[in-house]
Design a protein around this ligand. Structure first.
Ligand SMILES: Nc1ncnc2c1ncn2[C@@H]1O[C@H](COP(=O)(O)OP(=O)(O)OP(=O)(O)O)[C@@H](O)[C@H]1O
Ligand SMILES: [Mg+2]
Length: 424
């Protein structure tokens, strides 16, 4: 679905110039619905009466209703609000407000393809859909940090994430892989996951689902020439392969883009990297994605080296408070409206105890996470999954307190932290 484009059509086809409207965009079902209400007429023109269907290349299921009821005499600007939206309000409001700036309401297919090729964010924002576990099928409107990641992918050949759980990075990598394979010839994308089951799941959820929900005209142009649980390939010679990690996975599948998902949990990372690294010298790029899982392993070492600029990886941190999105939906069972907003009412932690418990910031959402993930006073899971804390998580033999003490002693002695934190 393409709200932005559809609204452009509403404005240009129906509303005319110099009139102000308020509207509601209802994303409750696939295809969506736009309600536009006319505000007091500033130009003397008659208000539009009839509903008109928005046609075109965007979404066959899109329709538009017009009504001049409930005129709000005080508002003099176009202001859309979201009803039942599963998406961040701010993003949409901003995008819809920008409609006035769109000067080319109906680009040709060729032009659209050109725009997609130039900018993965354009492709994702305008054409991709994803499946949210609670909100259902929704348009993939990039969160601001996801948008920034796309810039990182463009500017750096080697990227490594340290991320809070469920921040949408696998989803982003899947859509990025699809973009690369669709719009560029003879590109190979390799996705590496923990096990075969995860590899197939990645392919199904983050690539094929998105592909299967692209507009029909796009699917007609990019008909897959291979399509199975591990691979999708197009007639431009590009393909995406999703495989489990193994000592030879990188080396034997030398690719233009290599995405290693949940690297801290992948077996054989050391061997896989050692074997695959030489093949990357021919220009391939790498995105390593993970949450923390203790110290001493390949992922931890590569991340800490990247932070110290000791390797070629660009480090990308995604902290929980960056998740400034809002998910709203009606709960199927209780029928009550649910709102999830991690960064709502975030404040800085002030006392020593608070900082030790929660880190830099606190929010009601964080408190819920703390309670859900802390068991009998053991907050290791919370620290690992939400705070991105490496210490004392995963398979570390020593406790967090011991490691912290060793780190501070090492610092006092002028040693590098790394001289004491490798625990085999
Ligand atoms: N821009 C977006 N808008 C709405 N929902 C999104 C967006 N990006 C991702 N999601 C949803 O957020 C959820 C988490 O996404 P994803 O699995 O990609 O996160 P992750 O960071 O890889 O999580 P994990 O830590 O479990 O590996 C998914 O349900 C996905 O559909
Ligand atoms: Mg993931």
């Amino acid at each position: 679905m393409n709200i932005k484009r559809a609204c452009v059509n509403v404005l240009t086809n129906i509303l005319g110039n110099n009139q102000w409207y308020e509207g509601k965009v209802d994303l409750a079902y696939l295809g969506g619905r736009v309600l536009v209400k006319k505000l007091p007429d500033l130009t003397g023109a008659e208000p539009p009466k009839e509903a008109e269907e928005v046609k075109g290349w965007l979404d066959e299921e899109f329709d538009v209703d017009l009504t001049d009821k409930e005129i709000n005499a005080t508002k003099q600007c176009l202001e859309f609000s979201l009803k039942k939206s599963a998406l961040p309000l701010n993003t949409y409001t901003f995008e819809l407000m920008n409609l006035f700036g769109v000067d080319d309401p109906d680009p040709t297919t060729e032009e659209v393809i050109k725009r997609c090729k130039k900018d993965p964010a354009y492709f994702i924002d305008h054409f991709c859909k994803i499946k949210h576990p609670n909100a259902g099928i929704i348009p993939f409107q990039l969160f601001s940090y996801q948008r920034n990641c796309l810039k990182d992918f463009k500017e750096n050949r080697f990227n490594i994430f340290s991320k809070t759980r469920q921040s949408g990075i696998s989803t982003l990598c899947g859509a990025y892989a699809l973009w690369l394979a669709m719009f560029f010839k003879t590109k190979t994308v390799l996705i590496v996951s923990k096990r075969d089951k995860d590899a197939m799941e990645f392919m199904g959820r983050n690539i094929k689902f998105v592909y299967n929900h692209l507009p029909k005209w796009m699917q007609a142009i990019w008909k897959p020439v291979t399509n199975n649980e591990h691979e999708i390939g197009f007639s431009n010679g590009s393909k995406i392969t999703s495989l489990p990690s193994g000592p030879d996975t990188l080396r034997s599948n030398s690719s233009s883009l290599n995405i290693i998902d949940e690297a801290a949990f992948c077996p054989h990372m050391n061997d896989m990297w050692a074997g695959g690294y030489p093949t990357l010298q021919h220009g391939g790029s790498v995105v390593v994605v993970s949450t923390s899982n203790g110290i001493g392993d390949w992922y931890w070492k590569t991340w800490t080296d990247a932070q110290d600029s000791n390797n070629e990886f660009n480090p990308i941190k995604i902290d929980w408070w960056e998740m400034d999105w809002v998910i709203e939906y009606d709960d199927d069972i209780s029928h009550k409206p649910i709102r999830i907003a991690p960064a709502d009412n975030t404040r800085k932690c002030t006392t020593k105890d608070e900082i030790a418990k929660y880190g830099e910031y606190w929010s009601p959402w964080l408190e819920t996470q703390y309670r859900q993930l802390t068991e009998k006073g053991n907050d290791a899971k919370f620290r690992q999954e939400v705070l991105r804390d490496f210490l004392g998580s995963g398979n570390s033999v020593l406790s967090r307190d011991t490691l912290l003490m060793m780190r501070s002693q090492a610092k006092e002695a002028g040693q590098s932290y790394k001289t004491v934190n490798h625990v085999d």
